[in-house]
Design a protein around this ligand. Structure first.
Ligand code: GLU
Length: 428
């Protein structure tokens, strides 16, 4: 998103092409799945707190809905681009397919920086985005959710606007709602926990006891924080995290060899996951350059921030100690870097599998919203664990059997399912 020379959609298409060849997909199926089914570009006028008007640009892209309604988050980011949203929509289709939930793929974005917007202004953006798109979205065709810099409060404003326009209560329109307002227990934790469910299974496959392992994590937002929480609980130790510093407009890594203290760090972090570097120093953290997270001598690396982070420029910095990379973020590794990682024999848990816990729990939220009957947290997390574990096993068994890289195995399963559904419907 930050680097304009890199195009996420081209990367998503090249990942698709590679697997389309392996699956020997016919021309029409390729032509269908290489592109998004529908996309919307909207302008959102907002009256700012100072009385002036500002127009924000927003997007919604629906990639494929052959297996169920399009599903995927909405991001707020100053450097959002339509091609990034296109890529993320396609990745959502593969993600819902690999965990085998009855949903398709979509994504949304608004070019804005919530750091510089009041809550009222953010509310107006949420409501404006829904007003522009309400005819083309809904519980049975396209369902948004939180993503980068959006949260449960944003989801509730969007739901309220949608229900007001439709004149009905339709809680299935959106997921990631606050608990008590149609949200599911465990949804906040789901993506980060899901990453660690897959890490736990990878450690099992590699015969490494979790209690001896260390991790370095890029990011300290929702995904990273809950990944650290569960990783600690299975006995691991996180020694480094990184975060964006809004004031300095750069990122820093924060290292503590004895293990970072999650609660302590949460206490000095803003609501966007930005850690206060002076306070961190005071608490005994080494404050290092943003990219230092990648070169740590650890067993596990978890990129859990944005796309395009492990690239051909920095992939060589990955320490020989690293045995597993689990992609908490969407699209953090470029194809060139991925090739190096694959050759080095590092066990890759690709984004579509590693971070699928969020959308899986979103599906559970929809089911609960539709029944108007809500499960307790243990039930939600138990179901999440079994869904993630069976998806992991299916991918690793295929990888083993066909001697495939884990990312390719995950793609073979996902694209195979979506191609089949599109064919069964008579689309291609
Ligand atoms: N934004 C999350 C993702 O990238 C969750 C999407 C959802 O719950 O629909 O997977």
């Amino acid at each position: 998103m930050a680097d304009r020379s890199y195009n996420a959609f081209e990367m998503a298409q090249s990942q698709f092409d590679k697997v389309a060849d392996q699956l020997d997909l016919d021309e029409a199926t390729r032509d269908l799945l290489r592109y998004n089914a529908r996309e919307y570009h909207v302008s959102i006028p907002v009256r700012m707190d100072d009385g002036s008007f500002k127009v924000f640009r927003g997007y919604r892209v629906q990639h494929n809905d052959s297996r169920g309604p399009a599903k995927g988050g909405i991001r707020f980011h100053p450097m959002e681009t339509i091609d990034t949203v296109r890529a993320l929509a396609m990745w959502m289709t593969w993600k819902t397919a690999v965990v085998d939930i009855p949903l398709g793929g979509g994504k949304g974005g608004v070019i804005c920086d919530p750091h510089n917007l009041s809550m009222r202004e953010q509310e107006q953006i949420c409501r404006g985005w829904v007003r522009q798109l309400s005819r083309d979205m809904g519980p049975v065709n396209d369902i948004p959710a939180p993503d980068v810099m959006t949260n449960a409060q944003h989801m509730l404003w969007m739901l309220d606007e949608f229900e007001t326009l439709r004149g009905e209560r339709l809680p299935g329109f959106i997921t990631g709602k606050p608990v008590g307002m149609g949200g599911s227990l465990g949804r906040t934790e789901a993506t980060g926990y899901g990453v660690i469910f897959t890490v736990r299974e990878a450690l099992k496959a590699l015969d490494i006891p979790p209690a001896k392992t260390t991790a370095s994590i890029q990011g300290f937002g929702n995904v990273a924080q809950y990944a650290i929480e569960l990783f600690n609980r299975i006995g691991g130790k996180t020694i480094c995290v990184s975060s964006w510093d809004q004031k300095d407009q750069t990122s820093y890594s924060f290292k503590k060899s004895s293990g970072v203290d999650l609660d302590e760090l949460r206490g000095i972090t803003d609501r966007f996951g930005g850690i206060d570097k002076d306070k961190a120093k005071g608490l005994g953290y080494e404050v290092l350059p943003g990219e230092a997270w990648i070169e740590q001598k650890v067993d596990i690396l978890i990129p859990a921030a944005l796309e395009h982070q492990i690239t051909k420029e920095n992939v060589s910095k990955i320490n020989d100690s690293v045995k597993i990379i689990a992609e908490g973020a969407n699209g953090p590794t470029t194809p060139e870097a991925d090739e190096v990682i694959s050759k080095r024999g590092i066990f890759m848990i690709p984004d579509l599998l590693a971070n699928a816990g969020g959308v899986t729990c979103s599906y559970f939220e929809q089911v609960q919203s539709n029944m108007n009957y809500f499960w307790d947290k243990d039930e939600v997390l138990g179901k999440l664990d079994s869904k993630m574990t069976s998806a992991f096993n299916a991918v690793s068994e295929l990888a083993e059997k066909r001697k495939l890289y884990m990312r390719d195995a995950a793609y073979v399963i996902a694209i195979g399912r979506v191609a089949q559904a599109s064919k069964d419907r008579g689309w291609v």
